[in-house]
Structures are given as structure tokens and as C-alpha cells.
Ligand binder design. Structure first.
Ligand code: BGC
Length: 347
């Protein structure tokens, strides 16, 4: 069968690979791959910066944002042929560490976790894949192809959960939210903020294309410069990873403010900052910076709820380009109006 493959550690090795059928060891549910979303992690994988294949394999099937249709499933799995399904990305480490032992693989302490399509496990970018029922997320039929957004949305349901948990240190009643970066992560962060009834501001560099309008359609305010922000953000969801912007936003946090770092910048960039002054301010304001990566099982279920509650037409506008499997490396080349690019794994 055909799959989206790379040679780990080698740059520009993205190709349409011919690979064996998925091994039964991957799980008892056999799935027809429908769509795979591309994100910054895939671009870094293809650059050779990181990523590793199955032990003993010279290639890696990429694709961690998945949507498929069940072909075969054991009766006890809760899945039946025809069901839509998305796969969880991370697997607990084999030791396991105390967090993985409790099902919190997204908080793995020893780094020995594996990830489908990223670290030591083949991904979901193939015509067929297998998954264990425990790591299979049911996608309601009414979401259809929008189910490919479940994994990226899970990153944000986890991020918001962390904001809530940090906020619960004391009375917490956020009103104003700043999201930095209007890519898929930023826009999904803004969607959740809107669903929660917060006043949303989204900052991005671009002045045209679909992003400003998508923010306005949420009732949010679109900014192209931090100086345009006319409120004090109780919460910042940072999706750019750009050092100077992170610093500037942290400086805006009010007492008990929370900033969640959800983005990584390819960097490295050098930024000259007055860190002592920022530290003083964060301390005297009880302000918190919290990093977040990956997602646990409940965050996927929460992501499905977020997508079900959203306007489908708005969600559809997040998927700006669909590339066939035969040309999937084209999906890695960013085009000006791209938000989420997906690969169609069928035919
Ligand atoms: C994925 C996460 C993963 C991370 C690092 C992200 O793109 O969404 O699930 O943990 O990359 O590998």
C-alpha cells in the first residue's frame, strides 16, 4: 500500500512510499485512511531535525493528525465497520513513569514515550492503518471530514484545561483573552475562548487572506500589532513560539494572569530582554507561564465536543488546501493563504 514516508534524519526525503500492510501488533482495528493533517511538526520531520522510525526500519510513515473509516473491528471494541475514527498520537513509555502509569502520557517524565508518525511508531498517513481500541477516538458521522481537526483541537482542549487548573490557584474569572498566531492552533484556541464566552483578541502578522475574517466571524478582534491591544489579557494562549513576542505578552499579564505556551518556533533567535524586570513583575503579580504539549485521552473527547459545538462552515474554512497522496510532499510547501493543509489518502 502507499504511504507518506520520510527517511528519519535525512532532509527532503518526503516521498510516496510503498510499505507493507499495517501489522496486527498496531491494534485490532483496521482503518481505511481518509485524511491526514499537516502541521509544523511534519515540516520539521521532513527537514530531518528529528523523528525516528520503528526500531529496525529505515523509513517512517508520517501523519499524526488522522481521520479514517473503520474497515474491521472486534465486536467488543465499541467500533463497527463504517465508523469514523481518529487515532491518539502518543503511547505511554514502557517503564512506565508515574505519569504514563496513570494514563497521563502527555506528561511523560522520562521521555521514553513513542508517537505515531513522529517517534518510533509509524503514523496514520497511509492507505490503511491499525489502532488499538483504547487509542481510537470515535468521530461522530456528522463531523465528516472535519474529524481531521480532532487531534489539533485536542492540543487546545488540553491547553485550556491547564489554564483552568493554574487559574484555580485563586479566584479566576477571565474576561479578556489574547491568542498569538492565527494558524490552526491559534484559531482553535480562539474558537474555544469564544465558546466559553470570553472577549477574544487574535494577533497575527498577515493583513489579508482568510485569517482576519475567520477571527471576526468568531466575534473576535484581529490585531496585526500588539500595540493595537486595548485590553489587559487575563489569559494569553501563545501559538507562535517567537521569543520577543512571548516576552512582550508575558509583560502584559495582570495579577493572576496565565499565559499558556503552545507553540514552538524553528529558531534559534537571540532576543535582548530585561529579564530581571519581567521576573519581578511575574512574581509580584502571581502570574504564570505554563508550557503544553500533546494531549491525553480525555482531551480528544473534549476536542470532539468543541468541534460539534462549532459552526461547521467556519471549521471548513480552516482547511484551506487538500493535496492527494500521490503529491503529498506539496502539502509541506507553505502557500500564502494556508491555514490547515490536509492530504487525501484515498485513490
Ligand atoms: C503533536 C503532538 C506531539 C508534538 C511533539 C505535535 O505536532 O500535535 O501530539 O506531541 O508534535 O512531537
Amino acid at each position: 500500500m502507499r504511504a507518506m514516508t520520510v527517511t528519519p534524519g535525512k532532509s527532503d526525503s518526503a516521498t510516496v512510499g510503498e510499505v507493507s500492510e499495517p501489522p496486527v501488533a498496531d491494534g485490532s482495528i483496521l482503518v481505511e485512511g481518509l485524511l491526514t493533517g499537516i502541521c509544523g511538526t511534519d515540516i520539521e520531520l521532513v527537514s530531518g531535525a528529528f523523528g525516528s522510525g520503528r526500531p529496525g526500519s529505515d523509513h517512517l510513515v508520517v501523519g499524526h493528525e488522522s481521520l479514517g473509516r473503520v474497515l474491521e473491528a472486534p465486536a467488543a471494541s465499541g467500533f463497527a465497520p463504517g465508523d469514523l475514527v481518529a487515532g491518539v498520537v502518543r503511547r505511554p513509555d514502557p517503564v512506565p513513569c508515574p505519569a504514563c502509569a496513570r494514563g497521563e502520557w502527555d506528561f511523560c517524565r522520562n521521555g521514553l514515550y513513542t508517537e505515531r508518525g513522529i517517534k518510533e511508531m509509524d503514523g496514520y498517513g497511509a492507505e490503511r492503518w491499525r489502532v488499538d481500541p483504547y487509542f481510537a477516538v470515535p468521530v461522530p458521522a456528522e463531523l465528516g471530514e472535519l474529524g481531521v481537526l480532532v487531534e489539533p483541537a485536542s492540543i487546545l482542549t488540553k491547553a485550556w484545561e491547564q489554564v483552568d487548573q493554574v487559574g484555580a490557584r485563586s479566584w479566576f474569572g477571565p474576561q479578556h483573552v489574547l491568542v498569538t498566531g492565527a494558524g490552526p492552533i491559534g484559531l482553535l484556541a480562539a474558537l474555544i475562548a469564544q465558546q466559553r464566552g470570553y472577549d477574544v483578541h487574535v494577533l497575527d502578522r498577515v493583513t489579508d487572506g482568510p485569517k482576519p475574517e475567520l477571527v471576526r466571524a468568531l466575534g473576535g478582534t484581529y490585531l496585526t500589532d500588539l500595540g493595537q491591544l486595548d485590553v489587559v489579557p487575563d489569559v494569553v494562549i501563545e501559538a507562535t513560539g517567537a521569543g520577543q513576542l512571548v516576552f512582550d505578552c508575558a509583560s502584559l499579564l495582570p495579577p493572576a494572569g496565565v499565559m499558556c505556551l503552545a507553540g514552538i518556533h524553528p529558531g534559534p533567535a537571540t532576543v535582548d530582554v530585561q529579564l530581571d524586570a519581567l521576573v519581578r513583575q511575574l512574581v509580584v503579580r502571581n502570574a504564570a507561564l505554563v508550557g503544553t504539549v500533546n494531549a491525553g485521552k480525555r482531551h480528544y473527547a473534549d476536542a470532539v465536543d468543541v468541534l460539534l459545538a462549532a459552526d461547521r462552515a467556519w471549521l471548513r474554512r480552516l482547511i484551506t488546501r487538500t493535496v492527494p497522496l500521490s503529491q503529498w510532499p506539496d502539502a509541506l510547501v507553505r502557500e500564502p493563504d494556508d491555514i490547515k493543509v490536509v492530504v487525501d489518502l484515498r485513490g
